[in-house]
Design a protein around this ligand. Sequence first.
Ligand SMILES: Nc1ncnc2c1ncn2[C@@H]1O[C@H](COP(=O)(O)OP(=O)(O)OP(=O)(O)O)[C@@H](O)[C@H]1O
Length: 239
Amino acid sequence: MIEFDAVSFGFEDVPVLDDVSLTIDDGEFVVLAGANGSGKTTLCRHCNGLLEPDSGTVRVDGTPVRDDLVGARSTVGMVFQHPRDQFVAATVGSDVAFGPENLGLPRAEIDRRVESALAAVNMTGRETDLIDALSGGEQSRVAIAGALAMDPSHLVLDEPFTGLDDPARRSVLDRLASLSNDGTGVVLATHDLRDVIPLADRVIAMRDGRVVVDGTSPGALDELADLPVRVPRSRRPHE
Ligand SMILES: Nc1ncnc2c1ncn2[C@@H]1O[C@H](COP(=O)(O)OP(=O)(O)OP(=O)(O)O)[C@@H](O)[C@H]1O
């Protein structure tokens, strides 16, 4: 469980998160919506201590993130907007193994995690592939596998579709849906809601650093209508 309790944060006195309180349960698939600059990335980066609140508290499984950074980073996997920025090795297998290696796990357990994470993103047997030679969609899936290899309870993805064409986007979404079905909590930050709404248990929308919509998908969609986010035509209210 990830809890935000009255969290406020600013970059050099410019407020970006304004008194955010919310709880994300284990296994929940949450779409985090909002226009560019509304605070989605900043919220995501608080989930595992990449940023610290100026006031308020973020807790992961009941423990303040600031008290157990390693625990938070193991429990909450993060996939960044530009997957290329998060690769640390040249090949798929070494990159996905990097996180578990840093946890000091035995080799057999590392190998098991790499195999299972690659299977989860449909990249079985691709360990020796060079990351630079992969397509954008494949790189996104490797980035997700790297986060999964930490065996997280939650996966937080910040605009993971940037630069992906529709088939690659579809493939990543399919993977997220099956991970969610298997019990991994998913927080997906995006300003483009085209095909993500049907997957969501809940939509949280932000505006100017505040949560302005928080609800289950069908009802929340009506409230999204006046926000500058891209809502799928078939799901727009009153059409
Ligand atoms: N490192 C930084 N230094 C100063 N201001 C920043 C920094 N990062 C973000 N901001 C500002 O904080 C606000 C929220 O940014 P944030 O990236 O969280 O929004 P977002 O909803 O994720 O936007 P996008 O959809 O464009 O990624 C913006 O006004 C942005 O300019």
